[in-house]
Design a protein. Structure first.
Lengths: 252, 333
């Protein structure tokens, strides 16, 4: 846990197109790291490389090392299924399982992990819902379909679902882009609370969001990491001309 | 901003915010709209009239039998045209058992093929295999029957039935002499005939499951099979039930191939080796011989029952799909 994630010379492809070039980046533990950049810059691909989700797309390929807990998740003997249990993910569009109840959605990962004990399930589902700041809103409707919640609640349900398996890292791929400002504010508050226990990497196209929640920020452009540093420094004194152009709104 | 339109083609179409069109064009368009509406309404109503008329004519023609036998028609097993005694229970039994046997065999095969084609098969394999499976659905039923008589039945008689009788003969299901033709042969041929339907519809259903659902399961640490089970099959289950009931509906009404393979003996037996008879087969076999009003009425009553049965299956399908579509109502256990 204390190690965070160390990415070295990470390259990724979709079929013949080379979408990430030699990314080197160190994610600090128990902190929020934001990835910003214009559409198509590879920021989503990058975050999907951190839990081996990139390779589930046919034709996709990754080369490089990603050290988590001192172990390279891309070394030959590593089971991607195990990696994904340790490194949770929240997606752009809330994607609860629509046929499952609120409770079953949160319990889904635990059940996949073999937890059958009713008491353990109840306790961990409740804890995850508390952690996702959703418990008060759903405690009376745990048996109702998860798809019946509002968009913001659904996204927090997805966060609870990811938290229930107690991951060490939480990856968030533009988690607020489908939400209204109020729901967005709640998720941002939540992120700040979660970083006490978790390492968080968040992709966002919203620079204000990065400025609000992130300790460190990386700027991606055309598949390259242009600049990476403490958020305050990146936004006030960017080193690279391209970063400055982007954050001052000259393109993107 | 918000323009309120009147009924299409009605006099109130134009609101003040819409500039008036040239008069002649407008009149012509209104006439075209009305004509179109009347034609489609006639088409819609004629279907309702046709169904109602068909039911009425069938009830009328079946009346002698309905009046004579009442409920006994569906609870007794004696089908004797010479003595003019008609009890349709063996046909109902034969239709239900052969169709359920077909489902039992076809559902795992069809769902398995659909899962393979939508989730697992290499990209290059998918189109040709899909095409071949859909081709199976285009083979005429009489060709299946012919193949069944000359290939399937002898194979069952010489290999499968003796082997089943040998190993599982203690079960009533597998007792009796191996004729080849019979309930087992009919169930098998029906299974082969409905597999393409179940596969094709299920495959479409599975392909319609959003990628985000699969990714949700994968990101939780689900293996390939777990992803299919938790995210894909659950998401598509109402559609899958629809696919299965579509297959059942087809199996219930299938006539030609079953008539050629079931043995056509009105008998109720627990053994799958014994010949049976279905509702569709008895109508096809005997309508030319039905000389008396009562005999014809009895056959038409069988047809009526088949109609009611297929309606009931479809109704059940709708109900299931509807209840599943509303989402789970399970409370925290």
């Amino acid at each position: 846990m204390a190690d965070g994630i160390t990415v070295t010379k990470l390259n990724a492809w979709f079929g013949p197109s080379h979408v990430l070039h030699d990314i080197d980046l160190a994610v600090a533990p128990r902190a929020v790291t934001a990835i910003i950049g214009p559409s198509g810059c590879g920021k989503s691909t990058f975050i999907r490389c951190l839990n081996r989700m990139h390779e589930v797309v046919p034709g996709a390929r990754v080369v490089g090392t990603v050290l988590q807990e001192g172990q390279d998740i891309y070394s030959p003997g590593v089971d991607p299924v195990e990696v994904r249990r340790r490194i949770g993910m929240v997606f752009q569009k809330p994607n609860p399982f629509p046929t499952m109840t609120v409770f079953d959605n949160v319990a889904a990962g635990l059940r996949l992990g073999g937890v059958r004990d009713r008491g353990v399930l109840n306790e961990r589902v409740e804890r995850a819902l508390h952690a996702a700041a959703l418990w008060e809103e759903v405690k009376d409707r745990l048996g109702k379909p998860g798809a019946g919640l509002s968009g913001g609640q659904q996204q927090r349900l997805c966060i609870a679902r990811a938290l229930a398996v107690e991951p060490e890292v939480l990856l968030m791929d533009e988690p607020c882009s489908a939400l209204d400002p109020i729901a967005t504010a709640r998720i941002e508050e939540l992120i700040l609370e979660l970083k006490r226990d978790l390492t968080i990497v968040i992709v966002t196209h919203n620079m204000q969001q990065a400025a609000r929640v992130a300790d460190a920020t990386g700027f991606f452009l055309l598949g390259e990491l242009v600049e990476f540093g403490p958020t305050s420094q990146l936004f006030t004194k960017p080193v690279d001309k391209r970063t400055e152009d982007y954050i001052t709104g000259r393109f993107g | 901003m918000a323009v309120v339109f009147g009924r299409a083609g009605g006099a109130g179409t134009a609101t003040p915010t819409i500039p008036p069109l040239v008069g002649a064009r407008r009149a012509r368009r209104r006439f075209g709209d009305r004509g179109f509406r009347e034609i489609t309404r006639a088409a819609g109503l004629s279907l309702v009239v046709m169904v109602a008329g068909m039911a009425a004519v069938m009830v009328h023609a079946a009346w002698p039998s309905l009046r004579r036998f009442g409920w006994a028609f569906i609870t007794t097993s004696n089908w004797d045209p010479v003595a003019e005694q008609f009890g349709a229970l063996p046909f109902i039994f034969g239709t239900l058992v052969s169709s359920l046997l077909a489902l039992l065999l076809a559902v795992p095969l069809g769902l398995g093929a659909a899962i393979y084609l939508s989730e697992l098969a290499p990209r290059a394999v998918r189109p040709p295999v899909t095409f071949l499976i859909e081709l199976l659905a285009a083979i005429p039923s009489v060709v299946y029957g012919l193949w069944g008589i000359f290939v399937l039945a002898p194979w069952l008689r010489t290999w499968v039935q003796p082997a089943l009788g040998h190993t599982l003969g203690f079960l009533p299901l597998f007792q009796g002499p191996p004729y080849g033709v019979g309930m087992l042969a009919a169930g098998l041929i029906l299974a082969i005939m409905i597999v393409p339907f179940i596969t094709a519809v299920s495959r479409e259903v599975l392909l319609a499951v959003p990628r985000t659902q699969r990714e949700a399961a994968l990101a939780l640490g689900a293996t390939g099979w777990e992803t299919t089970r938790v995210a894909v099959l659950r998401y598509g289950r109402s559609g899958l039930i629809g696919a299965i009931l579509l297959g059942l509906g087809r199996a219930l009404g299938e006539t030609m191939a079953v008539t050629m393979l079931i043995g056509n003996r009105p008998e109720i037996s627990f053994s799958l080796f014994v010949p049976g008879y279905t509702m569709a087969s008895v109508i096809a076999n005997e309508f030319t011989e039905a000389t008396s009003d009562l005999y014809l009425g009895a056959l038409i009553e069988v047809g009526l029952l088949l109609l009611v049965l297929t309606l009931a299956v479809n109704g059940m399908a709708r109900l299931l799909v509807w209840s599943v579509g509303r989402g789970p109502t399970v409370v925290r256990e």
